[in-house]
Design a protein around this ligand. Structure first.
Ligand code: TRP
Length: 449
């Protein structure tokens, strides 16, 4: 490699960018919707298990690979295991990240529509039912959702084309804390709603009879999706880390903050769902139908609503930037493509697939494959299958194949080395717990058994 690779400037930059990748629509849109469909508390429990028992060690594994090689996903595996099949991770990463970028941009486009809806005070519609219909009318209208998807992807392009440090890092440092504060304010507001008890019970009380194979699969997928885990996103990001970034601590901080945001989103949404007489299992539309009802009932609702959707839009951007970076780093380093050209290629592919996903709620709603619309298929395939497969490959690779001295060296490269217990626990999870749990969930969840 001739050119010196970019690096994140500060420690805060590392955390903010990694958390910026993790925190996004996955927490605020996908978590409440999946929890609503899969029975609330039981789903949260599975999600937490996968985040902390499987997720944190696999984050460490991706960090080890990324920082040690300082390379894109495929290049990293090629460097560590030349000529072996592990390089297949590169393809999983690129395919899954493009699938995710496509449907994710549709939802990010919805947030842009809702910035404008908020500014127009939802055209004066102030009943829960009316707001409900308003979303349906918009999502089915074909042209506007497609337009916003494309506009969003162009924003993504403009930031990416400016390079790693300048674009990504600066934005995350300011925005993530702001989003956090506003979520806490909304959560407090929801805690004062009439049906708060019902909402919190739904979210926090696990009904063990609801733990079915599909809840297991869904919870596992949500954990991976929300942590940006399994397709080398964190390999790519950690290739920009400095040598003294403490990997284990960064992994815990990321998982902890990410979980906090999801739980806050749940605390905001579910009391409102029951207060406004809505259906928790409404699917992908849930959050966009419930949030406006919350906002219009707040004093100064229009301002809150506008601010919230702007922050959600920006949180989505920091996530899509991290997804796009996977294939861009790959195109640039493996094919010696110019960065701008690689970025354009990435965005053009996403625009084509994103348009199809946006139309899944309109004129293509009857077009299904295995009973899924394209939007749902892309989500299911990437979150529930490709990400956990990627996570399994990564954990087996670091647990069994990678030289143990590399693992030890990378985990200990900071002012405070990890304890022997923590080291042993991480290696044990990577060797046994993660592959076995992921494998079992596949066997049962996909009905292989
Ligand atoms: N974690 C992000 C969210 O919750 C989405 C995301 C960003 C992602 N990068 C990723 C998901 C890489 C999977 C892989 O919104």
């Amino acid at each position: 490699m001739t050119e010196k690779r970019a690096q994140f400037a500060t420690r805060l930059g590392v955390i903010a960018t990694t958390v910026g990748s993790a925190v996004g629509l996955g927490n605020i849109w996908r978590f409440p919707y999946e929890a609503g469909v899969h029975g609330g508390g039981a789903f949260l429990l599975i999600d937490l298990f996968f985040i902390f028992v499987i997720g944190v060690p696999v984050i460490c594994a991706e960090f080890i690979i990324g920082r040690h090689t300082g390379s894109n996903v495929r290049g990293a595996f090629k460097a560590l295991a030349p000529g072996k099949a592990w390089g297949v991770m590169g393809y999983i990463g690129i395919i899954a990240s493009l699938l995710i970028l496509s449907f994710y941009s549709v939802v990010a486009g919805w947030t842009m529509e809702y910035i404008f809806q908020s500014l127009r005070d939802f055209s004066g519609v102030h009943s829960a039912d009316g707001l409900h219909d308003q979303f349906d009318t918009f999502a089915q209208s074909n042209l506007r959702p497609v337009m916003w998807t494309v506009v969003f992807l162009i924003c993504n392009y403009l930031i990416l084309a400016r390079g790693v440090r300048k674009g990504i890092e600066k934005m995350s440092n300011i925005l993530m804390p702001m989003l956090f504060v506003i979520l806490i304010i909304f959560a407090i507001n929801s805690l004062m709603m009439p049906e708060v008890a019902k909402g919190l019970e739904f979210l926090f009380k696990p009904d063990f009879s609801k733990i079915t194979p599909s809840v297991l699969l869904g919870g596992m997928g949500q954990a991976f999706f929300s942590l940006s885990l399994g397709l080398g996103c964190l390999i790519t990001y950690s290739s920009y880390f400095k040598k003294d970034t403490p990997l284990v601590r960064t992994a815990f901080t990321t998982a902890g903050l990410d979980t906090l945001v999801s739980v806050l989103a749940g605390v905001i949404i579910f009391p409102a769902v029951f207060t406004f007489g809505q259906e928790p299992a409404a699917g992908p539309k849930l959050v966009f139908e419930v949030l406006p009802s919350i906002f219009i009932n707040l004093p100064g609702g229009m301002i809150w609503s506008t601010l919230f959707f702007i922050l959600l839009f920006l949180a989505s951007l920091t996530s899509t930037i991290s997804m796009s970076e996977i294939s861009i780093a790959y195109f640039v380093e493996e094919f010696k493509m110019e960065r701008k050209k690689a970025t354009r290629l990435n965005i053009v592919i996403a625009i084509v697939f994103g348009t199809l996903c946006a139309l899944s709620f309109g004129c293509m709603s009857d077009f299904t494959i295995f009973g899924f619309t394209l939007f749902n298929l892309f989500d299911y395939l990437s979150s529930n299958i490709l990400l956990p497969v990627g996570g399994m490959i990564t954990s087996i690779f670091v647990g069994w194949v990678l030289d143990r001295s590399v693992v030890r060296q990378e985990l200990n490269l900071s002012a405070k080395p990890v304890s022997r217990f923590a080291f042993a626990a991480i290696v044990f999870c990577l060797r046994f717990v993660a592959p076995v749990c992921i494998g079992l969930v596949f066997i049962f969840g996909l009905g292989i058994f």
